[in-house]
Design a protein around this ligand. Structure first.
Ligand code: BTN
Length: 249
């Protein structure tokens, strides 16, 4: 068994604006080795997808970022990072909860219909190749008072017990490491595991397409990470995040 690459080095900070920003600043100064994790017990300016904030409770939830330095990843293959990180979170969450753990495209992790984790990935591309990426993960662990508007949940709400965040972090690093290695050794398995975990496949869903309401049935993702959606006319089109998003629930 080869040595664990992800989580070999863990930098623990008490308070920081955003672990993603902290990781980006350190990466810019070439201060982060591949697989280094930056964890903050408190994030004061957590960033979410589409410019939103990510709210987490200090010392209650997990907020951390992982720096990865891929060796041969083309920019067009970067969606693999979203797949592997969502799958790794799902690998850790699924055995602990009774509800169904699913990945909502592109990389939210849900238990039943509720979001338990969000992932924000920033890539640095040079000459068409991914030089580095920061995988930022927010997992609701022991929080119980969450903003109902986002249909959230936490591990403790799902299991009825408190969880040790640092034990969970170790499990997440091992899962990320396993999935990272699988990306090279068995890329097909990552693709099919992601498809199998995809939320709402074959069900009619409300989307926003180019800012307009749209009803469609997700079928799968294509190799670039675009969602394949069947419209009511039966036409199947691959949409990227630039055009399509799930409507607010
Ligand atoms: C989402 O909107 O679903 C993505 C949320 C990502 C939150 C994590 S918490 C750790 C890392 N640092 C940030 O500022 N954001 C990510």
């Amino acid at each position: 068994m080869s040595e664990q690459e992800i989580g070999n080095e863990v930098i623990v900070l008490d308070t920081v604006g955003s672990t993603n920003k902290e990781a980006a600043d350190r990466l810019a100064l070439s201060q982060l080795a591949h697989g280094t994790v930056i964890l903050a017990h408190e994030q004061t300016e957590g960033r979410g997808q589409r410019g939103r904030n990510w709210i987490s409770r200090a010392h209650q939830d997990l907020t951390f970022s992982v720096a990865v330095l891929p060796k041969h990843m083309k920019a067009g293959e970067a969606f693999a990072l979203a797949k592997l990180s969502a799958l790794a979170v799902a690998d850790v969450v699924a055995p602990k909860v009774l509800g169904e753990t699913r990945v909502k495209w592109p990389n939210d992790v849900l238990v039943d219909r509720r979001k338990i984790a969000g992932i924000l990935i920033k890539t640095e591309v040079v000459g068409g190749m991914v030089q580095s990426a920061i995988i930022g993960i927010g997992l609701n662990v022991n929080s119980r008072e969450l903003d109902e508007a986002y249909l959230p949940t936490s591990l403790s709400m799902e299991t009825g017990q408190e969880h040790d965040r640092m034990v969970l972090l170790k499990e997440l690093c091992s899962a990320l490491d396993r999935r990272w290695k699988q990306l090279t050794a068995q890329p097909v398995a990552i693709r099919s595991d992601y498809s199998d975990r995809l939320w709402s496949v074959g069900r009619w869903c409300d989307f926003e397409l180019d800012g307009q309401p749209f009803s469609g049935r997700p079928l799968d993702v294509d190799p670039e990470g675009r969602l394949l959606v069947e419209s009511q006319t039966g036409q199947v089109v691959a949409y990227g995040l630039d055009r399509l998003r799930f409507a607010a629930r």
